[in-house]
Structure formats: C-alpha cells, structure tokens
Ligand binder design. Structure first.
Ligand code: UD1
Ligand code: MG
Length: 454
C-alpha cells in the first residue's frame, strides 16, 4: 500500500515550559495571528485529515488542554507529568495510539510554520523508508541536532551537546519532526535510554536504533523559515511579523486590494473574497469572513463577523462577534455591532450601538441610535423589520420590536413594540415660551456685570 494513503495520527508535543518566554502563560498558548502556537501546529496537520490527533501536555496542562479542546474537540490530550525528553513525551501517546494502524507524525507545539505540504511530503517519503525525519539546511546550526547521512539514508541524529567537532560541522539539521509507522515507533522508543549529555530520553535516537535493526531511515528537507521555533518574546514578535507578511501577500495574490498592506493585520483564519478592498489601519481578529467586492474602510476593527458582498464598513467601525452584515449593508463611523444581523442594504451610518438585534433589509438606523440590550443582569433582543426608519438618537429598550415600514421620532425612548407602518414618538412634548430666551439671556448678562463691579 502506498504509505501516503495509510491512516495518519498526529502527535504534537506541547509539554515544555518555555522558560525563556518569562511568562505565566504556557509557551504554546502565546499567540500568532490571534491563535495559540499549538493551534497553528494542529491546523497544518488537520489539513491531512488525521485519524487521531494527540497533544502531549505538561506545563500548564489544564490551560493547554482547554485551548486544544476549544479549537478541535476531537483531539485527545495526554499528560507528561515530568518532562524527561522528547522521546519520553512521544511515549505518553502510546495508550492513545492503542489499536491504531498507520503512520504517526510527531510535531512540536512551538513550531507554528510547518506547512501541510511539508507534512504531506514526509508522509509520501514513508513509501520508501521506515523513518522519515524533516531536516533543513541551517544558516547557524548552533544547538540543533545534526543529521548524519549516508547517501540518502539517515544513519543517525546527534544532539549538539553530544556531538563531536566533526559532527558539529554538519549543517543539515533536525527540525524535530519525524514520521514512522505507529507500532514501529512505539517499539523503538521503548529502547531509547537517557545516557547522554542532557540525561533525557531523546526522540532523536529513533533513526539510529532503526538503522541498527536494518530498517531504513531518511530525511527530507524544508525551508529553514518553516522550522522557525518560538522560544522568546523576541522570536514571537518576529514570527508575528513573518505571519502578517505572508497573510498580506496571500490576500494580494487572491485578488484583494490593500492600499497600505503593512498597516493591515490578519488573524489565522481571516477570509477575504475577490475584489474586497481594505483601507489602511484595519485589524482582523479571529473568525472574520468578508464577501466579494466589500470595502473595509480605514481604522476599523472586526472579529467574529461576516460581511456580505458589496457592503461598506467604516471608517472607524467596530464589528464584534456575531455581527452578520447582509449584502450592501453599510456600517459607518463610530458604530459598534455585536451579535446582530444587519439586513441587505440596511444602513447604520453614524455613532450607534447595535447589539443582540436584527435589523431588516433596507432599514435606516439614524445617528446615535442605541439598542439598550442589557438590564444589568440579562441581555434582551431588539427586532427591527424591513424598510424601517429609526430617527436619530432613538433608544430601543429591549426586548422590543419595530414592525416593517414603521418610523420612530428622533430622541425617542422606545419601550413598547411599534406595529408595522406606525410612527412612534416617545419624548417630552416641545413648548415654546414667547420671548423667554432673550429675557433670560439679558438677565444672566446683567448678573455677570454686577459681579465684575463688586
Ligand atoms: C529538539 C531536538 C533537536 C532539534 C530541535 C529542533 C531532541 C532530543 N532534540 O531539541 O534535534 O534540532 O528540537 O528545534 O528531540 N517537549 C515535551 N516534553 C519533553 C521535552 C520536550 O513535550 O519532555 C516538547 C517541548 O515543549 C517542545 C519540543 O518538545 O515543543 C522540543 O523540545 P525542546 O526541549 O525544545 O528540544 P530541543 O532541545 O530544541
Ligand atoms: Mg526547542
């Protein structure tokens, strides 16, 4: 059977502390593009449709497990209570791999940029070899393990700490990723000891043990950029910069106009359709999709939102989770939308808060309108029908509904439902006092003069 058609299990190592981050947060929960590092590692693997996804946790296990479950409920987390080395870490997955027949790819939770294509290439190379290691040509090999090759066969991996000078001169380095048949891998790991410079059980002993048994091991390579691991805050921010550069390039490639690409920030899952325009200084948090021909104007912030085709958002707009804009909807400056559907062609153009609401197609929401959705304890819904005209500065005190084609007078505080086609006015009646304005002003000015004279 062709190796790449065998079932695949992904084992992601995420038990390490990451002490050099100098953080209370486990290293793999630090974020790039709005997603934890461990989620980036999972995402690349998920594209290969693995039959099992196992994450080895240790430091900050509960928090890491919660993040893993939130992103991929089917993932299984196993604990490594003491961090005795990468080989020991993989062994913790033995039980979760029980009964599994197929290949395992071992991946690291702090290595966010390995692409699915690279994982797939490792899997394909399994057709010819029992063990496949992912290597790269290192500009500065430093602390990396060295791949000692014999032709295209991998003889063994030597950790830098244990290497001879001759071995250290090798620049082909270990990324850490490895692919092998699950049963073979677990069997070889049982043989791994800890008699080395670190006193750790090295995953990297596996190829040498395999070769000694007459099994074949090889290495394939990827670009060094892909193997970038995160150990410090400086590396994290550098990785964020690289990630953003890649997302911007991808957007441009996919037919998105970015007028100032370097000022637009993406999340790991931002989707922008064809001919979308994004003006300067826009931030996309997680979970945003924007349909074709929409325009996101300058200084807008979007997260968990869907923007329909040809809609216009901003400048200075904020779309929060659950904002659903229909085609051709318009959200203008200083408008915040949360958990609300804005119907096709509806407009909320100035200074509004629309939360827990539904606004029907073609309705116009006047400047300063607010859905008063929160009573201090509970949230309530506002429903506005189609072709409604909400006057400026209307307070819609939820739960409340305004029927199709209705209107509200400016400054109204709407506390009861407005039937379709009606006009609701809920404000104090205006009274004009003949000449009082001029008389009052004259009196006040006289008082001021008198004070000056004292
Ligand atoms: C490892 C490799 C090295 C390779 C390098 C690439 C080994 C012995 N060495 O070294 O050849 O060049 O990665 O970056 O594998 N982890 C656990 N439990 C443990 C130990 C580690 O879960 O007990 C996790 C860490 O959280 C991390 C990953 O495994 O995500 C790698 O561990 P790390 O200590 O960084 O290994 P390196 O010394 O970098
Ligand atoms: Mg490391």
């Amino acid at each position: 059977m062709h190796a790449s058609s065998r079932p695949l299990a992904l084992v992601i190592l995420a038990a390490g502390q990451g002490s050099r981050m100098n953080s209370d947060l486990p290293k793999v929960l630090h974020q790039i593009g709005g997603a934890p590092l461990v989620v980036h590692a999972m995402e690349a693997g998920l594209a290969l449709d693995p039959a099992r996804l196992i994450v080895v946790t240790g430091h900050g296990a509960e928090a890491v497990e919660a993040a893993v479950a939130a992103h991929q409920p089917a993932a299984v987390c196993v604990r490594q209570n003491e961090q005795l080395g990468t080989g020991h870490a993989v062994l913790q997955a033995a039980e979760a791999l029980e009964g599994f027949e197929g290949d395992v790819i071992v991946h690291y939770g702090d290595t966010p940029f390995i692409g699915s294509e690279t994982l797939d290439a490792m899997r394909a190379a399994r057709a010819e070899h029992d063990i496949v290691v992912l290597g790269f040509d290192a500009k500065d090999p430093g602390r990396y393990g060295r791949l000692i090759m014999d032709g295209n066969r991998l003889d063994r991996i030597v950790e830098a700490k244990d290497a001879s000078d001759e071995e250290l001169s090798e620049t082909l380095c270990n990324s850490g990723l490895l692919c092998a048949d699950a049963v073979t891998l677990m069997r070889l790991l049982q043989k791994v000891g800890n008699e080395n410079a670190s006193g750790e059980y090295y995953l990297t002993d596996v190829p040498g043990l395999a070769a000694a048994e007459g099994l074949s091991a090889t290495a394939i390579t990827c670009d060094e950029g892909e193997t970038l691991g995160i150990n410090t805050r400086a590396e994290l921010s550098n990785a964020e910069t690289l990630f953003q550069a890649r997302k911007r390039a991808e957007a441009l490639e996919n037919g998105v106009t970015l007028t100032a690409p370097e000022t637009v920030f993406f999340a790991f899952d931002t989707y922008l359709g064809r001919d979308v325009t994004v003006e300067p200084n826009v931030v996309f948090g997680p979970g945003v999709t924007v349909e074709n021909d929409a325009r996101i104007r300058a200084f807008s912030h979007l997260e968990g939102a869907h923007v329909g085709a040809r809609a216009i958002v901003g400048p200075y707009a904020r779309l929060r989770p659950g904002a659903e804009l229909g085609n051709e909807a318009r959200i203008g400056n200083f408008v915040e939308v949360k958990a609300a559907e804005i119907g096709e062609g509806a407009k909320v153009n100035h200074l509004s808060y629309i939360g827990d609401a539904e606004i029907g197609g073609k309705s116009n929401i006047g400047a300063g309108t607010i859905t008063c959705n929160y009573d201090g304890v509970f949230k309530h819904r506002t429903t506005v029908g189609r072709d409604v005209f909400i006057g400026s500065n209307t307070m819609l005190v939820a739960p409340v509904s305004v029927g199709d084609g209705a209107m509200t007078g400016s400054g109204s505080v709407i506390t009861s439902d407005v039937p379709a086609g009606d006009m609701a006015i809920a404000r104090a009646k205006q009274a004009n006092k003949k000449g009082l304005g001029a008389r009052l002003m004259a009196k006040l000015r006289a008082q001021k003069q008198a004070k000056k004279g004292q």
